[in-house]
Design a protein around this ligand. Structure first.
Ligand SMILES: [Mn+2]
Length: 297
């Protein structure tokens, strides 16, 4: 496995390769892995594509906040090389644990299975203080999918194994797709699920209040953003798009409304450049990262 250096002008020009990781406010790591998708691949190409578009955007948020003082270090990609998925995830969890201890890590997937080791690493560092906010069209609560227990449809089942993450400590928002096995699993369980239809009825501000309320016993928060939270019209470049999603406008307002929470890291997953149109989806992901830094740091 190698972690290679990325090109210099990336991340709104903020990436400074001379920084030591412990001196950075944000450490970025790419996870070019898409072997656990259930349908269409391409997410392994996302870290490089999002870096490419990120070099062409100013270090300011959409409301004119300057990010020029944020120290950003992109440590490159952690690629699976010849490792099995299990072995790869062990290495990712180890590396992510280091990063959570020193900075606000921003991980760029990869399919959503990569959040398994990332959230486990955050749990290892923050324990039950951690709340997870899952923005996604899907729940990712399958026991297994296509014979793979580490599928991108199984993320939170694996994270919750061994009572690592309690159901009380995760809020699912944007959901508009359920597998039969997920319905069976959820039967009788209390889960914090805000469907896309419900969010549409509530409005974004009330949605943010609901998320904060569900997780008010937590002290720190991790955001896992599956780009298919957005509508396919807004983000077509993703493996399993679902109609009825959100605009980037709504996503950015949601990030703003959640900004009073103390976020300790985030990931953006499921961007698939080969399925994209004119990089719309990579730009949306890059912008979401920029706005999140503006609000969370
Ligand atoms: Mn999804």
């Amino acid at each position: 496995m190698k972690i290679r250096n990325s090109q210099p002008v990336v991340w709104n020009g903020l990436h400074d390769h001379t920084l030591k990781p412990e001196d950075a406010d944000v450490v970025i790591m790419g996870l070019p892995f898409d072997k656990a998708t259930s349908f269409r691949k391409g997410a392994a190409e996302a870290p490089d594509r999002i870096r490419l578009v990120s070099g062409h955007i100013s270090p300011t948020t959409e409301e004119g906040k300057s990010l020029a003082d944020i120290k950003v270090l992109d440590i490159g990609d952690m690629a699976p090389e010849r490792l099995s998925q299990e072995e790869y995830f062990i290495s990712v969890e180890e590396k992510a644990s280091e990063l959570f201890k020193i900075s606000f890590p921003t991980f760029v997937g990869g399919d959503h299975s990569v959040s398994i080791p990332l959230i486990k690493a955050a749990l290892g560092v923050y324990g039950e203080k951690l709340g997870v906010i899952h923005l996604d069209a899907h729940l990712d609560l399958c026991e297994e999918l296509d014979g793979n227990r580490l599928s991108h449809g199984c993320t939170h089942r694996r994270v919750m194994e061994g009572n690592c993450l309690s159901f009380n400590n995760i809020c699912f928002a944007g959901i508009r797709s359920f597998e039969q096995q997920e319905l069976e699993f959820l039967n009788g369980l209390q889960a914090n699920i805000l469907t896309a239809a419900e969010i549409s009825r509530l409005g974004i501000e009330k949605t943010a209040d609901m998320i904060s309320k569900c997780l008010q016993h937590c002290e720190v928060y991790y955001l896992t953003l599956d780009i298919d939270f957005l509508d396919p019209a807004t983000a077509p470049g993703t493996g399993t798009p679902k109609p009825g999603g959100f605009t980037s406008r709504e996503l950015f307002i949601l990030l703003k409304e959640l900004s009073s929470l103390k976020f300790i890291g985030m990931d953006v997953v499921e961007v698939s450049p080969p399925l994209d149109q004119n990089d719309i989806t990579s730009f949306a992901a890059q912008r979401a990262i920029t706005e999140a830094w503006g609000y969370f740091l």
